[in-house]
Design a protein around this ligand. Structure first.
Ligand code: 4NP
Length: 156
């Protein structure tokens, strides 16, 4: 286990926040050797910075995602990353379509790692208000903690 890719649609809201939160959870669990990245299933915002609302909401939790830049998921990601985690079902389905045969990545719904949580999708906050970003971060924090625990348990 050495790398995790977080994926949403635009790669400017949910997955950059998730990358920042997962990075911190891994660091806090002593799993600093595991690399993290984020990407979008769309190419709409390639090269662009995260949405300012995502930057602000993350910063309120002492997570700096300002320097991230959007990129689109590519075939090589399925060979490079061990875990690819989708923020919602549409992105999960798109990832399964894109996954090359005989590639090694395991594609998950990110909230699978949030344990008993009764929801499986991080809602897209793009068209809503700022509280949508906070709600997304609450869900992301639960899954990030679960993911770090999952990896720590497997590392033992
Ligand atoms: P994300 O949010 O998938 O969490 O980055 C979105 C960002 C942009 C768009 C949709 C969702 N868009 O339609 O441009």
């Amino acid at each position: 286990m050495k790398s995790i890719l977080l994926v949403c649609l635009g790669n400017i809201c949910r997955s950059p926040m998730a990358q920042g939160v997962v990075r911190r959870a891994l660091d806090e669990a002593g799993l600093t050797h595991i690399t993290t990245d984020s990407a979008g299933t769309s190419g709409w915002h390639v090269g662009g910075p995260p949405d300012p609302r995502a930057v602000k909401a993350a910063l309120m939790r002492d997570i700096d995602i300002f320097a991230q830049r959007a990129r689109q998921v590519e075939a090589g990601d399925f060979h490079q990353f061990d875990i690819i985690a989708a923020m919602d079902r549409d992105n999960y389905a798109r990832l399964r379509e894109l996954q090359p045969e005989r590639s090694t990545a395991r594609v998950h719904m990110f909230l699978e790692f949030a344990g008993e949580l009764p929801v499986r999708e991080v809602p897209d906050p793009y068209y809503g208000g700022e509280d949508g970003f906070d709600h997304a971060l609450d869900l992301i924090e639960l899954a990030a903690r679960g993911l770090a625990a999952h990896i720590a348990a497997r590392a033992r």
